[in-house]
Ligand binder design. Structure first.
Ligand code: G3P
Length: 217
């Protein structure tokens, strides 16, 4: 499963690149606002830092303006993946660029029927928001399982990019279901390392090693 990092904060992306845990990055208008950066500048910096797809989201909601904004965003770098909302104008924009062989990530997906529409529009990625589903008492991971079934039934090439992930179980369940990608906030990536038995086991090794009185290097 590919790990995309869900942030526009360069200082949070860089250490994860050094760990080999970054297959791409996703941003959105809220993450750009949080970064306090200019979208063009920060997207360029991220594209220079990361080899994989970097999702940059349109701000417009109408087709004509989305197409104009897309030209600006795609021009930033070859690994820019345009991000559009799951609306009729968004999917029209998706088809317009997918037909040209360009990557499009369709976001704000909350149903399997929406995901079916995005695949038919040629989306490279579909972004179902599992955390926001959970927030209203629905089962976000059940949505991922349904989309996986539908895409496999018809051999759709659109990759399932699990978004709005909030904790380890979202990542683990995404991998068990067979999602292609999870986009993960940096703090959740760091949580994946944590296990109390690893901590206690390492402390015991260190303590016992000290008792040997030996050094290796
Ligand atoms: O990629 C979408 C993600 O940034 C949304 O996350 O936690 O605001 O639902 P959240």
């Amino acid at each position: 499963m590919k790990f995309f990092i869900d942030t526009a904060e360069i200082d949070e992306i860089r250490p994860l690149v050094e760990l080999g845990l970054v297959d791409g990055v996703t941003t959105n208008p809220s993450l750009i606002l949080k970064s306090g950066r200019d979208i063009i500048e920060v997207t360029k910096e991220i594209c220079d830092l990361v080899d994989g797809p970097v999702s940059a989201e349109v701000a417009a909601t109408d087709y004509e303006t989305m197409v104009r904004e897309a030209a600006v965003l795609y021009d930033i770098a070859d690994n820019v993946c345009l991000k559009v909302p799951l609306t009729p104008d968004g999917l029209r924009t998706c088809k317009h660029f997918a037909d040209q062989g360009k990557m499009v990530n369709v976001t704000l997906c909350f149903s399997a029927s929406q995901a079916l529409l995005a695949a038919k529009a040629g989306a490279a990625f579909i972004s179902p928001f599992v955390g926001r589903h959970d927030d209203i008492g629905h089962d976000g991971m059940a949505l991922i399982a349904d989309i996986r079934t539908i895409y496999d039934n018809y051999d759709f090439k659109t990759e399932i990019l699990v978004a709005s992930t909030r904790h380890n179980m979202h990542i683990l369940d995404s991998a068990l279901i067979g999602a292609d990608v999870a986009t993960i906030p940096p703090k959740v990536v760091h949580q994946l390392f944590k296990h109390p038995l690893t901590d206690s086991g390492l402390a015991a090794f260190v303590k016992d090693w000290e008792k040997t009185g030996q050094t290796i290097a």
